[in-house]
Design a protein around this ligand. Structure first.
Ligand SMILES: Cc1cc2nc3c(=O)[nH]c(=O)nc-3n(C[C@H](O)[C@H](O)[C@H](O)COP(=O)(O)O)c2cc1C
Length: 143
């Protein structure tokens, strides 16, 4: 049985709800999900897994959360080659630039983005987005 980490940061709970939906998708496909936060794991530990999910909302001005997530990802890029990574996150008023930048830096580091692109929610995830996140989880369980 595949065990997949779903690592997230969330200030007000929207990205956390998205993480839970990804985890539900993983378990619905017969996998095992481990939901954890960016401050609970090192990049080197996360890099032990070939398949992993990361979630972070748009913060600052279209950037990742800067205290925990950005330093984590800067480290993780050194390990990203060959990984299959699912990305997700919530945003407010932007157009998803933070997610495109996140995808691009991991792709440039040699990773594959599961599902082709990150799943975004404007604010709290609606029913369609929950379905997309569950589908992403199923893809992770089978990746
Ligand atoms: C300090 C701060 C900076 C933000 N910067 C952006 C931004 O650049 N672009 C955007 O679309 N939303 C931005 N937002 C909105 C959040 O991405 C949005 O509220 C999101 O739903 C928060 O997700 P969370 O509940 O997982 O923390 C920002 C919110 C905060 C608090």
């Amino acid at each position: 049985m595949s065990k997949v980490k779903v690592v997230f940061w969330s200030g007000t709970g929207n990205t956390q709800a998205m993480a839970d939906a990804v985890a539900n998708g993983i378990t619905s496909a017969g996998g095992e999900a481990e939901v954890t936060t960016f401050d609970a794991i090192s990049a080197a530990d996360a890099a032990k897994d070939t398949v992993i999910a990361f979630g972070c909302p748009a913060m600052g001005a279209e950037v990742l959360e800067e205290t925990t997530v950005e330093p984590f990802m800067a480290d993780y890029e050194g390990f990203a080659s060959g990984k299959k990574i699912a990305l997700f996150g919530s945003y407010g008023w932007g157009d998803g630039q933070w997610m495109r930048d996140w995808q691009d830096r991991l792709t440039s580091a040699g990773a594959t983005i599961v599902g082709g692109e990150g799943v975004m929610a404007n604010g709290a995830p609606d029913a369609d987005t929950i379905s997309a996140l569950e589908d992403l989880g199923r893809q992770l369980a089978q990746a």
